[in-house]
Design a protein around this ligand. Structure first.
Ligand SMILES: [Fe+2]
Ligand SMILES: [Fe+2]
Length: 305
């Protein structure tokens, strides 16, 4: 792996974190893995002691997320990260990067992260043996979490994980902890607070800005590196945390026909994403050649991140 720019961009937001939001947020909402943001992860984790405190942590996480994910913030992040000037590495190297960091820092996760990624992929492979693109999508859909790593700007948790939602139009009531949007500057901005906001009926989700996180980042990486994954694979990567859409059916007025088709695949995928925490052990070395062949098929050798 070549670390090109180990810098830490400043995006002008306040990092507001409390307790061990990192850990429990991900465990609850993002199927169980996380890279430590910051120095004091271990310390915080040992201090952790109550269910009520944990829920407070989750709510605090979403409060910070909902206040800071504005239309302008998302535009800035897409511009910054769309440059892909942080790191050069292959998909497999990225899996290992996530793996190593998690191993060092989270003693409560009892299996390497790469197994979690492979569990999703292998479960899909078993049921859809002919859809090799879907196997690879399972493997890579969470790789955007490297945004938490210092080489990628070490973004705070609220800008990397958690449910995602459109910005630039009204926040749907089905979004978790919706009430905290009242403190988002866009909430009272007439350009952005109507049903369609900055968009038009049936314009297609591709035209819609989503709150910034690991989904949209990995989508940008795949697209800009000219991956030949089919449109449904890119759609899954980009919207797998968009629960308001794939669980609650909100925002359909912004979708076009292609989105409707892709949504079916996303809903299929989501089942595997959720249940991949099963304790089925995967022999990494055994399946690695298969996934390396898929990476070679759908991605150039080295990717810019
Ligand atoms: Fe995810
Ligand atoms: Fe996932």
């Amino acid at each position: 792996m070549t670390i090109l720019i180990p810098h830490q961009p400043h995006f002008g937001f306040e990092v507001e974190e409390k307790g061990n939001i990192e850990t429990e947020k991900d465990l609850i909402y993002d199927e169980g893995f996380v890279m430590p943001h910051a120095n004091s992860f271990g310390h915080n984790f040992r201090d952790y002691d109550a269910e009520s405190e944990r829920q407070e942590g989750v709510e605090n996480f979403y409060r910070t997320n909902h206040i800071n994910q504005t239309y302008d913030f998302v535009k800035r992040m897409r511009e910054e990260y769309g440059k892909l000037d942080k790191v050069e590495m292959s998909i497999w190297e990225c899996c290992e990067l996530l793996n190593n960091v998690v191993d060092e820092s989270d003693p409560d996760l009892d299996e390497p992260q790469i197994e979690h990624l492979l569990q999703t992929a292998e479960a899909i492979r078993k049921d859809y043996p002919d859809q090799d693109w879907l196997h690879l999508t399972g493997l890579i859909h969470d790789l955007g979490k490297v945004l938490l790593h210092p080489s990628f700007g070490e973004l705070p948790q609220w800008a990397v994980v958690g449910d995602t939602f459109p910005v630039g139009c009204a926040f749907d009531e089905s979004i978790v902890h919706h009430k905290h949007f009242k403190e988002n500057p866009d909430y009272n901005n007439p350009t952005y607070n109507t049903r369609f906001g900055a968009y038009e009926e049936g314009c297609g989700l591709d035209k819609v800005l989503m709150s910034w996180g690991h989904d949209d980042y990995m989508y940008l990486v795949a697209k800009e590196n000219k991956s030949s994954l089919p449109s449904a694979g890119l759609f899954i990567i980009r919207y797998h945390s968009f629960y308001a859409l794939h669980r609650s059916g909100a925002y359909k007025h912004l979708m076009n026909e292609e989105d409707e088709e892709n949504l079916k695949w996303l809903q299929t995928f989501n089942k595997y994403d959720l249940y991949s925490k099963s304790k089925v052990r995967i022999n990494v070395e055994e399946v690695k050649p298969y996934y390396l062949s898929l990476i070679e098929k759908y991605f150039p050798a080295k990717l810019r991140w």
